[in-house]
Design a protein around this ligand. Structure first.
Ligand SMILES: *[C@@H]1O[C@H](CO)[C@@H](O)[C@H](O)[C@H]1NC(C)=O
Ligand SMILES: *[C@@H]1O[C@H](CO)[C@@H](O)[C@H](O)[C@H]1NC(C)=O
Ligand SMILES: *[C@@H]1O[C@H](CO)[C@@H](O)[C@H](O)[C@H]1NC(C)=O
Length: 380
């Protein structure tokens, strides 16, 4: 029995010795063949060039396999045709934070102004905006964030048609409001041609024609966001020491949420994960986070790019916690004149009489008189 075992063991070990040698030989032969083939093909290409016909013959068959294949640069950076994507906020913010490292565009880029409407539902002043945008296609884009339950009914000819973005419920003074604003900016950032970002509400109106507003925004050295250091209880009084070391009280700022910012600042807001948690945790009512988060963060990140004032006119003269709201009976020629009077501000370091490009708050009943007075007072 024992003697019978030995020969089996011997033949087995012989086989295992023989096999790797053959495999190794085959492998070496294969590698040599591969190498000569690639060397030969490289030289063939060098000497005879790429045969255009054979390439074009090959490509279509590849394309039919993969319909998503990108044919040109323009196509690869095209903004999504359907704004109602299925990305989560986390995915969206990450996607929106992509930045080209090469600053010179290899094509002609017409920079656009993104008009971002943060609304509850309908846009009662839409007809006025439609007239404002008419004839300026290619220099603006529109994004609307309304309550998720709201079903818009814009005609297919409207500038607001299919411009709604995926939304969530947002509450004034809470982080969900900043989330909605970040969502608007992130969606607008997906379009490479958007250079300036204006946040508006359903009660806002433009105060000049499109050309004037476009030029004013595009020629400004600074972004228009309200950011001031208020030493009182409603300013520094809302600061919380727990925000250190990210936010020092000397950097704490306050400002209205209705801003105009450029692409660089919008990217700071979208990519931020340093200040966000601090504000989410330590700025809760009576600290109204939508009045502090962006002004403070941008003051820390890019103080030299801020005009520190808002570009949206609002009337606080009536006092109280809310600014004045204007209805149909308020809109007279006198009132329209008053909006433009008595403002002094600095624009690119020079005194300017154009201090506000937009105004709030106008109720739906203001539409008719505004529509009639717009050609004379608003220039469109
Ligand atoms: C826009 O308004 C300005 C004055 O604010 C005026 O000079 C200009 O002609 C207007 N442009 C158009 C296209 O109406
Ligand atoms: C806040 O900043 C000021 C200077 O701007 C500095 O003197 C102070 O020490 C800082 N506070 C803290 C707690 O770091
Ligand atoms: C805005 O305020 C910051 C400091 O908070 C300052 O550095 C900047 O110069 C101000 N901008 C203008 C245009 O004055």
């Amino acid at each position: 029995m024992e003697e019978g075992k030995d020969p089996i063991i011997v033949t087995r070990t012989n086989q295992t010795r023989v096999l790797p040698q053959r495999l190794l030989q085959l492998l070496v032969l294969f590698l040599v063949l591969c190498f000569t083939f690639s060397v030969v093909s490289i030289y063939m290409i060098r000497f005879f060039g790429i045969n255009n016909n054979s390439l074009t013959n090959v490509r279509p068959s590849l394309l039919t396999c993969n319909r998503e294949e990108v044919k040109s640069l323009q196509q690869s950076i095209k903004p999504p045709s359907n704004l109602m994507h299925e990305m989560s906020d986390e995915e969206l913010l990450w996607r929106a934070s992509f930045v080209p490292r090469v600053k010179k565009f290899p094509f002609e880029r017409v920079p656009k102004v993104a008009f971002m409407f943060l609304t509850k539902g309908p846009l009662p002043l839409a007809p006025l905006w439609e007239r404002f945008f008419k004839g300026h296609e290619g220099r603006y884009s529109i994004y609307v964030h309304s309550l998720p339950s709201f079903q818009p009914e814009f005609a297919s000819t409207s500038v607001f048609y299919k411009r709604q973005i995926p939304s969530k419920v947002s509450e004034w003074g809470k982080m969900s409001m900043c989330d909605a604003e970040r969502r608007l900016m992130a969606n607008a950032l997906l379009d490479m041609s958007n250079e300036w970002f204006v946040l508006l509400s359903e009660s806002c109106i433009p105060l000049y024609n499109f050309t004037t507003i476009y030029n004013h925004i595009s020629q400004s050295k600074y972004s228009f966001i309200g950011a001031f250091d208020d030493p009182g209880p409603f300013g520094r009084g809302r600061y919380n020491d727990h925000m250190l070391p990210e936010v020092n009280i000397t950097e704490w700022r306050k400002g209205s949420q209705w801003f105009e910012i450029n692409r660089k600042l919008a990217l700071y807001i979208v990519e931020d994960n340093k200040f966000y948690p601090k504000f989410a945790e330590f700025c809760k009512p009576a600290c109204y986070v939508d009045e502090h988060y962006f002004p403070t963060m941008l003051t820390i990140k890019a103080p030299n790019l801020l005009a520190n004032r808002s570009i949206t006119w609002v009337d606080w003269s009536r006092g109280g916690a809310h600014p004045a709201s204007f209805g149909g009976s308020d809109i007279t020629e006198e009132f329209m004149k008053k909006i433009f009077e008595g403002h002094k501000c600095s624009y690119n370091g020079q005194p300017s009489s154009i201090c506000f490009l937009f105004a709030r708050k106008f109720s739906p009943s203001a539409l008719q008189p505004l529509f009639l007075l717009a050609p004379k007072f608003l220039g469109f």
